[in-house]
Ligand binder design. Structure first.
Ligand SMILES: [Zn+2]
Length: 1200
């Protein structure tokens, strides 16, 4: 193949050249000795003794410093690593000043676009990393442009069709995440290539050597060529010179010094060794024949593997595996990730192999869903997600669904060599870190180690944190959550301190910072001594960054500073005096480490952004990855599988606590609890501090305080509660002064974090607290009446009472939300205080005198402020539109509290003022059976039961199963609360049709006897099923009761329509081949006894089930009914539900003993175990108690 082209060649040497590289830029401006000639080029003939170089306006040629006659390059040469996506002839745009297009042989694979003089060439003229391609643009006349960050390459195809093929192939590489081969070079720097005047920037990276014109092009990802070192050999020539010999040509390099030459030679030899040894791993793994084909699409010679799922797959499938995230599939290259491939890991892959792995993973693949070589990436994603994330095609282990037996089987099996069985157990739910029951060998890993089963150890270790397949997860294929962020480039000077391993607590002075040239490119952040230096002092990869925090201005010597946290527990501090610079860096860095799918989480002026692991109510077993962004008091969260952000207003949390020993941050807001886990210490500490700070008050106005759900400052609510409980009978309340130092200290404490301050009788004095409240209102910025306080004052001038009240109502409606809520709560409180004026001597007038000047922050010289307060209290019901029924109830409750306090000598330390007073009934709902009980947040159903029984002086006998029931009169259903259930949230969730009732649970004994007789807690059988279908959301019931077959396991309730294959269903082996019509996770079901009569249930033994869907953004709620033929049947189903939902504990082991300690021990530990939600116990404690129970379930019943 020859081509005619315009060339500039050196004058003295009119010879033929082998053009290797670039064409349109000046490498050497010494053009005086060159002239432009037109020359016939026969690039495939290499000239052995050409020792010179041409360089001109238009073209730069590498010298052909050595020619080796050898076999021509193999066709698949370039595909040794990566398959070629498209290749062919294209015309490249003419160099400046010329009109003639240059004909180029162009090859594209997913990593590089290269072009050559001919198709026989091995070394390209240009190599452009596809990572640096930002766009592909169609221009006229079969032309298209390949756009990179700073250069555009124009090509012309031979036909319209060719062009469109090129464009679509190129576009498919844009924006796709890929590992840049040059991320982590062994060595880089300028080297002279003999014969060439300018030095070339040479990079030795893994198994390749790359040649670039200069550092700038290296940074941009546009090079001359790459040399595969698996065919290379390095030979030292003299003091500074050495040859890199390949079968296709010899590269004669000259280093700057002899030391540098030694380094270059060494690193290139390492690179050759690496190239060869890489093949070694792949060859060894391919020794198992089934590993020679992709486990997912059957492509030949797959070079990638998931080291935890133990499957080998091709590059295209690898991309989809990667998008599952490392918690599901840890993707490694057989050739590049050399360090990963230990002898044991290689053996695991040879032992298991694709064939046996697929016997598990792909046991039930419908032919219609199978992948082929030509499957599109969407098809691949769908299949690979279904296969590994959902476990859709799995062969279900016979023990599937029985956690205890699975764990047990795992512990036994890891002592043998059968890794395939371990794989089946683990991916059917066996817990890799379950308790073995052996005090010396506490984990399956330890067991395997002890028995010398290294491959088991290796497999278990790789799966320590793997997320199990979950079929209930529906992934939205349209949204890609964890797509790699777009490549961002940014550079400039920043000031940097030395990186550290602990949080920064002190101010860093300017002298501790050094000026560094910082470059953000291609997913790397590097800092250099100066912009002249080629070798960075250090840096970090974007994907290593777990958190970016922006410090408040002037935290350190430089005005603006930010911190980067890496996953290897290092903290980097950068600073600048220029706010613009700061903002640019922060945005660029944030954009390049958060995934593309969550970019919109990146809020302006955020304080902190990063990833954290979390658990919540719905995902207690396995923590998941979420992206968090803190802005003001709002924590924006993108949890896995949720497409929309969730926002937690930290100032409104019900509880915020940190468990230092377990590194868990617990955020309780109404309706949900979020556990944020400290995967790493350093960034977790940063988050914990920031969240705690943000949850505190942010300023001095009312709305900047910590707020309750009702928008009242927590500080106000705490004080009012305390006074209501302990102060209403105190003479001269709000008039008497407290102890000044105590008031100041308490106010300070409340201002810092009111949520954590619990006012306690005995510890705090009524008069101190009342004065704290007054002082708070006196000091609060803008006051409770806001900026229009004067209008309230002038309203007192209106003499007509009803028009005055109208005026107040109008003014009230104009107040901000928080002020409204606060004023309403305060006046309600004052109204109650004066209602008990016969006890406390504080009548309307007295209160007005005190609170007028306080609330209006005035000196009280005239009475108009007092007048407003007097009016507000006096006309409280009218002005605030109060429901009189509720007010009466409130006053009754207060009367009750006062009586209670009269009758009972106060017990020291009993309860706190933050408790709720709730109404509970004993045995039946009658007024005389009403009990007002103070309910602390920690109170369990068992404690409430004892409290009520104690009050009525009811003695409890051994077999009286007193229980607290949630009763819904309208639905005609009831549910016995589990003894450990917290009562307060249930009160919050009760509607007007429901109440709590304490009564004996008559079938408890039968339930316990039934459960004790069962080996495994699961049940299957026929029930009559009816669904509540709401028509157009009107809640009209339709449908009838129909026979359905149900299987209830530890995880799910499945419904089967077909009952013909009953035999088949009962064998768990075959269950998987029989898809249930419906399936619900057990943890989302709430089961009530009873069905409302209106539905005409066919028997009287019915259950009403409420299902609340997992997806929080949808909050789907379904209600349906199950009917059993006998009471016994119903009892068995109900006990099974209860047992499963409460980890096997249905009734406390020492029922009566628990009672005597119930008042004294405040926390969960009193029953000798820990609640399933590890709110206060560590997770280990939880596991231990569950394991102890599993080991001896009958222990529960010994005392019965
Ligand atoms: Zn494949």
């Amino acid at each position: 193949m020859t081509s005619k082209m315009s060339l500039m060649v050196p004058k003295p040497l009119k010879q033929r050249y082998n053009s290797l590289c670039s064409d349109d830029e000046l490498l050497d401006d010494d053009s005086g000795c060159y002239e432009s000639v037109s020359v016939k080029v026969r690039p495939s003939s290499w000239n052995a003794d050409l020792a010179s170089i041409s360089s001109s306006q238009n073209s730069v040629y590498l010298p052909s410093s050595g020619y080796i006659s050898g076999s021509p390059p193999r066709d698949d040469w370039a595909s040794a690593d990566v398959p070629v996506m498209k290749m062919g002839w294209l015309d490249k745009n003419p160099p400046q000043g010329s009109l003639i297009y240059q004909r180029r042989w162009v090859k594209l694979d997913s990593e590089y676009l290269r072009y050559f003089d001919t198709e026989k060439d091995v070394y390209s003229k240009r190599i452009i990393s596809t990572a640096s391609i930002t766009d592909v643009v169609i221009v006229g006349d079969q032309k298209f442009e390949v756009v990179t960050h700073n250069r555009t390459f124009l090509f012309r195809a031979e036909s319209e069709l060719e062009r469109s093929e090129w464009v679509s192939a190129l576009r498919s590489t844009v924006g796709v995440s890929r590992a840049n081969a040059c991320l982590d070079p062994e060595m880089k720097g300028y080297l002279e290539l003999r014969g060439l005047r300018s030095k070339l920037y040479t990079v030795v990276c893994a198994d390749k050597v790359f040649l670039y014109k200069n550092t700038e092009e290296y940074r941009l990802g546009i090079g001359i060529t790459s040399i595969d070192m698996n065919v290379g050999n390095v030979k030292e020539i003299d003091r500074r010179a050495f040859d890199l010999t390949t079968p296709y040509r010899i590269f004669s390099f000259v280093a700057d010094s002899d030391q540098l030459k030694d380094q270059w030679v060494e690193s290139m030899r390492d690179s050759i060794a690496e190239a060869l040894s890489n093949y070694e791993v792949a060859e060894r793994i391919w020794a198992e024949p089934s590993n020679q084909m992709c486990a997912d699409c059957s492509a030949a010679k797959p070079e990638w593997a998931s080291i935890n799922l133990t499957v080998v797959f091709c590059k295209r499938c690898a991309g989809e595996h990667r998008s599952l995230g490392p918690s599901i599939s840890k993707v490694r290259s057989l050739k590049m990730d050399k360090k990963v491939w230990t002898e044991d890991l290689i053996q695991v892959f040879i032992t298991v192999g694709n064939h046996r792995a697929n016997q598990f993973w792909a046991a039930n693949v419908p032919p219609s869903e199978e992948l082929t070589l030509n499957s599109s990436s969407a098809e691949r994603r769908r299949f690979i997600t279904a296969k590994y994330r959902e476990g859709k095609y799995r062969r279900y282990h016979p023990l599937f669904g029985n956690q205890r037996e699975l764990n047990n089987a795992l512990c036994i099996n890891v002592q043998s060599s059968d890794v395939c069985e371990t794989l089946a157990l683990v991916f059917c739910g066996a817990d890799v870190s379950c308790d073995t029951g052996d005090p010396d060998l506490t984990s399956p890993i330890a067991l395997a180690q002890h028995h010398g089963q290294n491959l088991q150890v290796e497999f278990l270790t790789q799966n320590r944190n793997t997320e199990l397949p979950r079929s209930e997860v529906k992934v939205n294929f349209d949204t890609v959550h964890y797509m790699a962020p777009p490549s961002i480039t940014h550079n400039g000077f920043l000031f940097k301190t030395a990186s550290m391993a602990r949080p920064i607590t002190e101010k860093k002075g300017k002298e501790e910072f050094s000026r560094r040239w910082c470059v953000l490119n291609d997913g790397n952040f590097s800092y250099y001594e100066s912009d002249k230096n080629a070798t960075p002092n250090g840096g970090l990869k974007m994907r290593e960054i777990v958190c970016l925090a922006v410090n408040p201005a002037e935290t350190h010597g430089y005005d603006h500073t930010f911190e980067l946290y890496s996953d290897s527990e290092r903290l980097y501090l950068f600073g600048t005096d220029n706010p613009e610079t700061m903002r640019e860096w922060v945005t660029s860095i944030a954009k390049s480490f958060i995934p593309a799918g969550v970019e919109d989480l990146l809020l302006k002026d955020f304080e902190r952004i990063g990833r954290l692991r979390y658990k919540d109510r719905l995902n207690r077993e396995m923590s998941r990855l979420g992206w968090f962004c803190l802005l003001g008091s709002n924590l924006h969260i993108r949890l896995e599988e949720h497409t929309a952000d969730q926002i937690i207003d930290l100032q409104k949390l019900l509880e915020l606590s940190i468990h230092p020993e377990s590194d868990v941050l617990v955020l309780v807001e109404r309706g949900r609890t979020l556990y944020i886990e400290g995967e790493r210490k350093l960034d977790f500490q940063g988050w914990a501090t920031a969240i705690q700070r943000a949850a505190g008050s942010s300023g001095d106005t009312l709305s900047q305080q910590q707020l309750t759900e009702a928008d009242i400052p927590v500080i106000v609510e705490r004080c009012i509660h305390f006074i209501t409980q302990y102060g209403l009978t105190s003479e001269g309340i709000y008039r008497k002064s407290g102890v000044n130092s105590k008031i100041a200290a308490l106010l300070e404490e409340l201002r810092r974090d009111a949520r954590c301050v619990w006012l306690k009788e005995g510890e705090h004095q009524v008069d101190d607290v009342s004065n704290v409240l007054k002082r708070f209102f006196r000091d609060v910025q803008e006051g409770v009446f806001g900026l229009e306080a004067h209008r309230w004052l002038s309203a007192t001038g209106v003499s007509d009472e009803s028009s005055r009240i109208c005026q107040y109502r109008l003014l009230f409606s104009n107040l901000p939300r928080v002020n409204q809520a606060t004023l309403r709560a305060l006046v309600n409180h004052l109204y109650c205080v004066q209602r008990f004026a016969d006890l406390n001597q504080m009548n309307l007038h007295n209160l007005a005198i005190v609170f007028g000047p306080t609330l209006f922050q005035a000196d009280g010289k005239d009475y108009s402020a007092g007048r407003v307060i007097e009016d507000l209290i006096q006309h409280y019901v009218t002005i605030f539109n109060v429901n009189e029924q509720q007010l009466k109830k409130q006053l009754d409750e207060i009367t009750y509290i006062i009586k209670l306090r009269d009758n009972l000598t106060p017990k020291p330390g009993s309860g706190s003022s933050g408790d709720f007073i709730c109404t509970v009934y004993l045995e039946e709902k009658r007024e005389t059976a009403e009990q007002h009980v103070k309910i602390p947040a920690t109170m369990t159903a068992a404690e409430l039961t004892f409290e009520v029984l104690d009050r009525r002086k009811i003695s409890v006998k051994e077999k009286d199963y007193w229980c607290c029931f949630e009763v819904n009169e309208k639905e005609e259903i009831e549910r016995p609360l589990h003894y450990q259930e917290k009562v307060l949230p249930i009160f919050h969730s009760l509607g007007t049709d429901s109440h709590l009732l304490v009564k004996k649970h008559f079938s408890m004994e039968a339930m316990l006897v039934y459960l004790a007789s069962k080996v495994e807690v699961s049940k299957h059988g026929m029930m009559k099923f009816r669904e509540e279908r709401s028509l157009l959301g009107l809640g009209l019931s339709t449908g009838h009761f129909n026979d359905r077959y149900f299987i209830l396991t530890s995880t799910s309730l499945r419904l089967y329509k077909e009952v013909r294959n009953l035999q088949k269903l009962q064998s768990p082996d075959l269950q998987c081949s029989n898809r249930p019509e419906r399936e619900w996770p057990v943890k989302c079901l709430k089961v009530y006894q009873g069905i409302k009569k209106k539905l005409r249930p066919p028997t009287c033994w019915g259950l009403t089930v409420i299902y609340e869907s997992e997806k929080q953004e949808k909050q789907e709620k379904q209600q349906w009914y199950l009917c059993c033929d006998t009471q016994n049947e119903m009892r068995e189903w109900f006990s099974t539900f209860m047992s499963i939902q409460n980890g096997g504990r249905v009734w406390p082991a020492e029922w009566l003993k628990s009672r005597t300690v119930s008042r004294a021990a405040p926390l969960d530990a009193r029953f000798g175990n820990v609640s399933l939600i590890p709110l206060r116990g560590s997770e280990n404690e939880m596991r231990n108690s569950v394991a102890a129970f599993t080991a001896d379930p009958l222990a529960l019943f010994r005392n019965l």
